[in-house]
Ligand binder design. Structure first.
Ligand SMILES: Cc1cc2nc3c(=O)[nH]c(=O)nc-3n(C[C@H](O)[C@H](O)[C@H](O)COP(=O)(O)O)c2cc1C
Length: 497
């Protein structure tokens, strides 16, 4: 019997969109050979099914089980290479999404995997750090610190034991690319961590994986085992080995010092810096804590050279940016593009504009601590400097679009309540300030607030910004204050007269 190979994603987002139902029905049909890939990240097209066509893969969108006959007949497919959402992207870090079987190491290698590690093995640790300097790579977890500087500190530190830790806590609402890497291309993350281990002289690595990501933790455990079997990882004293640790289910555990506390088995509480983890981190040893996407970007940098990466993007923002579009856009999904495009272009070109019937009101960039942008500010270029100048952050690339039915007072209250819930309690401005901030917003929401409450919120915001121990308290005022700045009438209209 002739069998047809169909490619269907198996990651959490595609399963949520219905891919599991297709797999259940189709796996019983002998004429179908199902290959489970990861999603390409065009979520609005999921469940998306592909098969090999005369000129590459062809795809069927929003597929239901009954669509199988036309897919098997090859009727109505769209060449994947022509899908605008994907065609207009520059995919380096996410190049394997939708193409390979995530847990097949040989497929990863066939697509150029492990070339970066091989290149690193031919370089001295100092030369690896130099490639990173040339690359201009900045950490993708939120703080955007130059990666090479951190690695250099850990490399130069004198210690028998050093650690590499992947921050896979990915707590920002509206972000998902770390999960997609772990579920969809786990060997890329392992390779990046191995390159780091070689550069700084670490023998042990941990992957601190968000509690809410069970499939990602499982995929990583499986991939680590495969890497051990292939002798890439080894628990010998002078080799490098990796372990997955499931996180404590707390947003603040994504902050690097709280993460390390949690990893050591204590409550995730933020610690004062310095010392920075690169000097004294896990068990007081030099430790590189980097974001999953940061590590996953590194294999290509070593394989193609730092200068290659440094030639992409804009001055100060080199390489590609992972935008994770969500909220009321027509086309939610994962976008990889060089830095520099404006926010408006990204929302129109990739987001496809607003969802049917919805009208734009604001967009929040950078997670729950990110600023809100009204329509008039959408022409800002997506790069670190422009965002910093605007008092905003790119964060981990989460972009959530709100429509005109959004109540800005409620949204501002929600953000303060989030910080009050998630504060680790170590510093007073965050612990107490977030609760007082939430109370003021609740007062305004219930119609009992006064003009003085708006002044109080602004004062409180300034104190939290300047005196909090970490960016949870330090950035919590931004969504609230930008909501008031751009939509003042919604707040004033609720004040007691
Ligand atoms: C409240 C809070 C939560 C954070 N959550 C994360 C997270 O989930 N993932 C992450 O990579 N970085 C997170 N960070 C940033 C980390 O502290 C740290 O800067 C980052 O892991 C360093 O990696 P990078 O240099 O690759 O960005 C968070 C920071 C704060 C203040």
């Amino acid at each position: 019997m002739k069998t047809t190979r169909l490619y269907l994603a198996n990651d959490t987002s595609s399963l949520a969109a219905g891919a599991g139902r297709l797999a259940e029905v189709w796996s019983k049909r002998p004429e179908i050979q199902l290959i489970r890939t990861s999603s390409r990240g065009a979520f609005f097209l999921e469940p998306m099914v592909e098969r090999d066509g005369p000129n590459g893969r062809e795809a069927w969108f929003n597929v239901a089980p009954d669509d199988v006959s036309r897919i098997l007949e090859g009727v109505g497919g769209t060449p994947v290479a022509t899908i605008p959402f994907l065609r207009q992207q520059t995919r380096f870090t996410f190049a394997n999404f939708g193409v390979t079987e995530p847990l097949a190491l040989d497929e990863y290698q066939k697509r150029g995997g492990l070339k970066g590690l091989a290149a690193a093995q031919n370089l001295s640790p100092e030369a690896i750090v130099e490639e990173l300097r040339l690359s201009g790579l900045r950490g993708r977890g939120g703080a955007a610190f130059p990666v090479w500087k951190k690695w250099q500190v850990a490399q130069q530190a004198q210690s028998e034991q050093k650690y590499v830790v992947a921050n896979a806590d990915e707590g920002d609402a509206g972000t998902y690319c770390d999960r997609m890497i772990m579920e969809g291309d786990p060997f890329r993350l392992i390779e990046g961590m191995m390159i780091c281990a070689r550069a700084i002289g670490a023998t042990k690595g941990y992957l601190y994986c968000r509690y809410e990501y069970p499939a990602a933790a499982k995929a990583m455990q499986f991939a680590i085992q495969k890497a051990r079997e292939a002798d890439l990882l080894d628990c010998d004293d002078d080799s490098f080995d990796l372990e997955v640790v499931v996180g404590a289910g707390s947003y603040v555990c994504g902050e690097e010092t709280a993460l390390l506390e949690s990893l050591e088995g204590r409550r995730g509480v933020v610690m004062a810096k310095p010392p920075y983890p690169a000097e004294s981190g896990l068990y007081d040893k030099p430790t590189i804590v980097s974001n999953v996407l940061t590590f996953a970007t590194i294999p290509n940098i070593l394989a193609n050279g730092g200068a290659w990466h440094g030639s992409l993007g804009t001055e100060g923002s080199r390489g590609t940016m992972a935008l994770q579009l969500g909220g009321r856009v027509k086309q939610p999904g994962l976008v990889e593009i060089p830095f520099g495009m404006t926010l408006r272009q990204a929302l129109e070109q990739f987001g496809g504009g607003m969802a049917p019937g919805a009208r734009f009101k604001a967009v929040q960039v950078g997670g729950p601590l990110g600023s809100l942008f009204p329509e008039s500010q959408l022409d800002i270029p997506i790069c670190y400097d422009a965002f910093a100048k605007a008092g905003a952050i790119l964060g981990h690339g989460g972009i959530v679009v709100y429509d005109d039915e959004t109540n800005m007072v409620e949204l501002a209250r929600h953000f303060m309540a989030f910080t009050a819930d998630e504060s680790c309690g170590k510093c007073t401005p965050c612990r107490v300030g977030s609760v007082r901030g939430r109370e003021i917003l609740e007062r305004i929401q219930s119609g009992l607030g006064t003009e003085a409450d708006l002044v109080l919120l602004s004062d409180l915001g300034e104190t939290m910004k300047s005196a909090s121990l970490c960016a949870l308290g330090g950035r919590a005022p931004y969504p609230v204050l930008t909501a008031i700045e751009h939509f003042p009438n919604e707040f004033r209209g609720r004040l007691k007269v």
